[in-house]
Design a protein around this ligand. Structure first.
Ligand SMILES: Cc1ncc(COP(=O)(O)O)c(C=O)c1O
Length: 368
């Protein structure tokens, strides 16, 4: 079904088409120099030395866990309210996801619950900067110091956000972004891991290239270890590279759209906006609100031609996370509330103020 007001629209301008055409004309379609340029553009935007492109955020998280040596017998703490990919990546490497509740105001991992879940087997945490809301690194760095935890951030939705002026991607040991079409920089499918650690960067590069690595004293590359194929093609990278040229404009536009939604929703007692992390700058990948009777409201909005979507999932409610090899911890009131009540509103680069007014007017009628 196509909607009059869609949830998001990919930003495809002439420059995107020009760069894709160049790749097509070059005949070099697999991963190559354009992928390197895309990686460099993300690394320099964030201010980190290394960015490694992947086929998705999911394969990026999996590889980050692998190069950190996390596997069987290890525990990794993840939030309950997230896309299943966060916890699936932990299961895929053979480790145990330990699932904790989220803060009902920010929808991010409850840091107290995270600390309570640390055991002798805990190797890492995967906090999620959900919807573009940055993590509180004052809290996370304290926990890192106290427990020696590795922080692998799932920043699928958080490119462009920052905490205390430092961009997401520059804080965690490894940060993983997504370029799925729900994201404002999109390659169709794709992901990227950023890190300051040259050894991990090299190991990630090797793993996603069939295990192929440099060898001292020989001309040709050697297959140093088991690896796979999680490469991003030049074709997809060209789309992302062209969009990265516009990232500041696209982000500013999202800020203005978010500000306008805030104004339009101001004073509405039935529609509540989640809180942004203190000292954080939200990138508003998704503009989420809490509404009563969410499923009915969602159906009615869609029937009006306005594409709205649930926020994300409460993992503990799904069979995939009720199996052996997953540790559920306590109750999940924050996550259940978020799962039941959040609704994501349309937001895209050319959205008009009139479009936003219509969304809020219809939403207001629906929640009455
Ligand atoms: C929080 C979170 N993590 C991971 C993913 C998976 O990203 P990808 O589709 O690039 O694998 C998503 C998807 O939107 C997500 O929202």
């Amino acid at each position: 079904m196509s909607y009059r007001i869609p949830l998001i629209k990919p930003f495809i301008n002439d420059r995107v088409k020009e760069l894709v055409d160049e790749v097509l004309d070059s005949g070099f379609l697999t991963e190559g120099p354009v992928t390197r340029q895309f990686e460099e553009s993300v690394a320099s935007y964030i201010g980190v030395p290394h960015a490694i492109a992947f086929t998705s955020c999911t394969t990026g998280i999996e590889t980050a866990l692998r190069v950190a040596g996390i596997g069987a017998g290890d525990e990794v703490i993840v939030p309950d309210y997230t896309y299943p990919a966060t916890a699936n990546a932990v299961k895929i490497v053979g480790a145990v996801p330990v699932i904790v509740d989220v803060d009902p105001q920010t929808l991010l991992m409850d840091y107290d619950k995270m600390e309570e879940a640390v055991s002798a087997n805990t190797k890492a945490v995967i906090p999620v900067s959900l919807f573009g809301n940055p993590l509180d690194f004052d809290r996370l760095m304290m926990a890192k110091e106290r427990y020696g935890l590795l922080i692998i951030e799932d920043a699928a939705c958080a490119l462009g956000s920052s905490f205390k002026g430092r961009k997401t991607g520059g804080w965690s040991d490894m940060t993983v972004f997504s370029f799925h079409p729900r994201k404002f920089i999109t390659t169709g499918e794709g992901g990227m891991v950023t890190t300051q650690n040259a050894q991990w960067a090299e190991a990630m590069h090797q793993y996603k290239h069939f295990g192929m690595g440099k060898s001292v004293g020989r001309e040709e590359m050697l297959f140093q270890d088991t690896g796979t194929n999680y490469k991003m093609s030049n074709l997809l990278a060209a789309v992302g590279l062209a969009q990265m040229e516009k990232i500041d404009d696209l982000l500013n536009e999202r800020m203005l759209l978010a500000e306008n939604y805030r104004k339009l929703l101001h004073g509405n007692q039935k529609i509540r906006i989640p809180e942004t992390t203190g000292n954080g700058m939200h990138s508003y990948q998704s503009f989420a609100v809490f509404v009563p009777d969410r499923d009915r409201v969602m159906r009615q909005m869609r029937a009006e031609g306005i594409e709205v979507q649930i926020g994300t999932y409460a993992l503990h409610q799904h069979p995939a996370f009720q199996q052996r090899g997953v540790r559920l911890r306590g109750q999940y009131p924050g996550s259940i509330r978020a799962w039941e009540e959040t609704l994501v509103l349309p937001m895209f680069h050319s959205m008009t103020s009139a479009g936003q007014t219509e969304v809020v007017q219809k939403l207001t009628l629906c929640v009455e």
